[in-house]
Design a protein around this ligand. Sequence first.
Ligand code: LMR
Length: 313
Amino acid sequence: MARKKITIIGAGNVGATLSQRLAEKELGDLVLLDIVQDMPQGKALDILEAGPVYGYNTKITGANGYEETKDSDIVVITSGVSRKPGMSRDDLLQINTGIVKGVTENIAKTSPNAILIIVSNPLDAMTYVAYKISKFPRRRIIGMAGILDAARFSAFISMELGVSVENIHAFVLGGHGDTMVPSTRYTTIAGVPVEELIPQERLNEIVERTRNGGAEIVNLLKTGSAFYAPSAAVVEMVEAVLKDKRKIAPCTALCEGEYGINNLFVGVPVILGSNGVEDIFEIKLNEKESVALQKSANEVKQLCNKVDALLGL
Ligand code: LMR
């Protein structure tokens, strides 16, 4: 069976760590692309040389141009500037719109059938940029954020209760910003609603920490943003697609009426399979959750309006 081809655009912390994780899992052959001369080639070779020790046979190539990425099955876009302490993700809108636009134009030409996974920030708006520029069908444009946010929520609950992360099913909706909606009602521990195990006041603090999870890392690192958990989240998505798992996971997807949201990319539970977003998984929200999701969607909408202006749409 021919191996799948996965391209990672951007060989910074997220791109390089993602390449390492994907190589170790032998999910396909990899191309790591960056505009910096020699750097992606160096990182790719280094990861390749770890293969004999770790026992993987993944082929990985570094590249500065798009020729090597031709006919990729999956392309992960991590390119762009990351925020510094004191900045919000939205402060990156202008600069990263230009970067994601340029990358997407190239990818749409060289890998017209690829599934795109977007990681650049502000996430929901950058996913929209990739959609508008590539003109790919909605099922092939997916933003990575919900799995990361849910992982943070799970990690904090695990620390609070002293139970395995494997027992926790955290549920997060909305944009990947300060208005994201971690749902305590649908978050369960071994099937038991978390609201029965942690007092509401304490849960509110955990929800707040989850919302600020990205900023917490930025403030600690000082010169960049998180990359271990984000890259792990992308691996889960790539694996679900390549193995056609039909896995339900929170991802940024184009809603066309689902959850009462129209023509907007926002974080919702989706079914991930070989076609990308196979479907959006709709569940009932109560009044409070619906209002919170709508608020978050409105914030994403404002950013997308700014993107339209930047792209001249
Ligand atoms: C994250 O949540 O870690 C990323 O979106 C990066 C950031 O700027 O917070």
